[in-house]
Structures are given as C-alpha cells and as structure tokens.
Ligand binder design. Sequence first.
Ligand SMILES: Nc1ncnc2c1ncn2[C@@H]1O[C@H](COP(=O)(O)OP(=O)(O)OP(=O)(O)O)[C@@H](O)[C@H]1O
Ligand SMILES: [Mg+2]
Length: 258
Amino acid sequence: MSQVSKPDRLRQPEARSATAPLIEVHNASRTFKLGSEMVYAVRNVNLNIYRRSFVTLVGRSGSGKTTLLNLLAGLDHPSEGQVMFNGRDIADFNESDMIQMRRNRIGVVFQSFALLPLLSAYENVELPLRIAGVAARERTRRTEEVLDMVGLSRRAKHRPYELSGGEQQRISIARAVAIQPDIILADEPTGELDSVNASNIFGLFQQMSRERDMTIVATTHDRTLLDLADEIYEISDGVLTQRAGVGRDPETMFRRPV
Ligand SMILES: Nc1ncnc2c1ncn2[C@@H]1O[C@H](COP(=O)(O)OP(=O)(O)OP(=O)(O)O)[C@@H](O)[C@H]1O
Ligand SMILES: [Mg+2]
C-alpha cells in the first residue's frame, strides 16, 4: 500500500465534485525569448481534463505538445494564465505539494524515456514505488504486473542499453502506470513502437481510464490511434482546438460502468 505520511493536501478540497475537472487550464500561454524574437510555444490555451477520460493531443513537430504537457504536469509554468490541479493553482503549490504530486498523483512518460542507465528494467519500474514508500511485497506485485502488461516480463533484468528503443519506451510507460497515479501524461508514448505495439499501448491506456479510474493525456503523431480516445485535441503553432469528444460530458464519464 502507498504510505503518505502527511495528509494529502492535493486531494483537497474534500467537497470537490467527482465530476469537476482534474486539471483546468485558463488562458495559458508559454513564451520563450530567442534573441529578439518571442516564440509562442503555447498560445492562449483553455482546456479541461476530466477524471477518467482518455485524452489525446495531436500536432506536428514543433506545434507545442511537449510544452503543453509540461504545463499540465507542473514541470513548467505558463508565462500568462493558470493551470489548476484538483481546483488549486499549481503556481501556489509549495515544495511538499509538488513532491507529493510527482510521487503519487501524476505519472509522466517523457518523450526521451528518462530511464536510469545503471538500473535494470525491473529496478527502473520499482524505484518510484520505493520512493513513494510502497511496501516490498506490493512493490514486487505491481512491478511484475506492469512489466507483464507491456509485454516485457522477459526483459526485466536488462539494462536500458540492452533494450530496443520501443522496449525502453514500454518500460517508461510501465514505470508511470506502476505508481497508480490519478493521471498519466504521456509524451509521444508510441513514437518508437510498431503499429501493433502502439495500438496495444493505447488499448492499455483506454483500459486504465475505464477500469482503474485513471485519467490519461497522450500526445501522438499517429492518427490511426485516435479512435481509442474519449477526446481528441489538435495543436497547431501553440493554438489548441478540440476535434472530437466522444465521452466529453463529465456526467456521462462519471457514470461509465467500471
Ligand atoms: N526551452 C525552449 N526555448 C526556446 N524555444 C522552445 C523551448 N522549448 C520549446 N521551444 C519552441 O516551442 C515550440 C514548441 O516546442 P515543443 O517541444 O512543445 O513541440 P512538440 O509539439 O512537442 O514537437 P515534437 O513533436 O517535435 O516533440 C517549438 O517551436 C520549439 O522550438
Ligand atoms: Mg515533443
């Protein structure tokens, strides 16, 4: 079981409706100054991410996907506007809120995988569970379960350099799933995968959102994967537009059978 020594302030306010968005983005922009030029990586974005939804974000290279995901994860802050997590502005989070959020609430799958090179695949998945204080037996159970989910039980002892790019990518997904976060933010999680593995991973995300109450936001270039998502957003030059929202109504989402 996950042991959090202090009360988890990120679950507050208690009375917050289960249908309220988990993440709200209000008029957020992120600019970078390059010499005398101002680059708008994200421009005036408004977005609600509802609990238990599977949201995809498509866009060409350089359109702002990673920048937006970093804002949602609290890894970066908007130059203008706000990002709220569970009703609180992330800008107001203190250090311990941030630590708690990263350990327990948000699982990030980085575009570059960010695996630790000296640890085995198994150890890479298990480490965040150790940090979160999960007991040994439960750590083993979860680590074995998620490695099996991504089809890599037989590669558990391999170090990252002994794995293919797609296998490393699947380990980084397993690592994010293992902590059983409220939300997984996955940046191009299928970028290195063949079409079968890519649709398996998106199928896994769909299953996680429906059966385990997780919220998933995944970016992709691959339009063939979009059908599995509840909501599809497109980003172009930092501007976000909604393309489809199958299960968009939060009431419907909440009542979805589990
Ligand atoms: N730290 C930075 N400094 C300056 N410009 C940046 C920085 N980070 C991103 N940008 C610019 O912001 C824009 C969006 O970048 P971002 O990485 O979000 O795109 P992306 O959609 O994730 O692209 P890709 O599909 O190639 O990963 C790009 O034009 C990029 O050059
Ligand atoms: Mg990117």
